[in-house]
Structures are given as structure tokens and as C-alpha cells.
Write a new protein. Structure first.
Length: 102
């Protein structure tokens, strides 16, 4: 798999979460999906954690920390804010990704 494919699923502004579908995501390529997403949005990875069915990465996007997660059972990747900051960045990404991902 050279280039992971994402589809924008939904933006939950109340929960501070932006969800993407990644149909080809599985346990073996989940890290590749997260790395591709970070490259797409130009985010920096600060920490990585892998559990049995969930990858959780602490990332920095535009100076704001977010948790980026991937779960192969649901074939989804999501970005969630960690505190009060991040709503504007998620709203921006929702619009920008809808244009980028078609």
C-alpha cells in the first residue's frame, strides 16, 4: 500500500473530533495510515502508543496538541482535541480536507 486513502466521515464540534474513514486500514498498516495523515496536514508527531486494537499518537498541528487515533476494527482514523484549544483548527481541517479528499 503506497498511498493510504481517506474519506472524511464527520466532524463532531461538540466532542472536538474529526473522523475519517480509511477502508484499507488494518492492524499491519495502521501506522502507515497515521504517518500519511500527519504528512497530509503537516503535523509533527510527539509521542506514539500502540495497544491491541488502537494506535494513539500525540501530535502538534499549528502549535496545538491533538490526539490522533486509528482503529482497524472500525477502519477509522480520528483527530481529537485535548483541551479547550483546537476547535478552530478542526473546523479548518474539516473544510480543507473535504476539498483535498474530494
Amino acid at each position: 500500500m503506497d498511498n493510504p486513502t481517506f474519506r472524511l466521515s464527520h466532524h463532531d464540534s461538540e466532542a472536538g473530533r474529526l473522523v475519517l474513514a480509511a477502508d484499507a486500514l488494518d492492524f499491519d498498516n495502521a501506522e502507515q495510515h497515521l504517518m500519511a495523515f500527519c504528512q497530509l496536514i503537516d503535523a509533527k508527531v510527539a509521542e506514539k502508543q500502540t495497544d491491541a486494537d488502537l494506535l494513539s499518537w500525540l501530535i502538534d498541528f499549528e502549535g496545538v496538541p491533538f490526539m490522533l487515533r486509528a482503529e482497524h476494527y472500525s477502519a477509522s482514523v480520528w483527530l481529537e482535541r485535548l483541551g479547550a484549544e483546537g476547535d478552530e483548527e478542526l473546523a479548518f481541517l474539516n473544510i480543507w480536507l473535504s476539498k483535498q479528499l474530494g
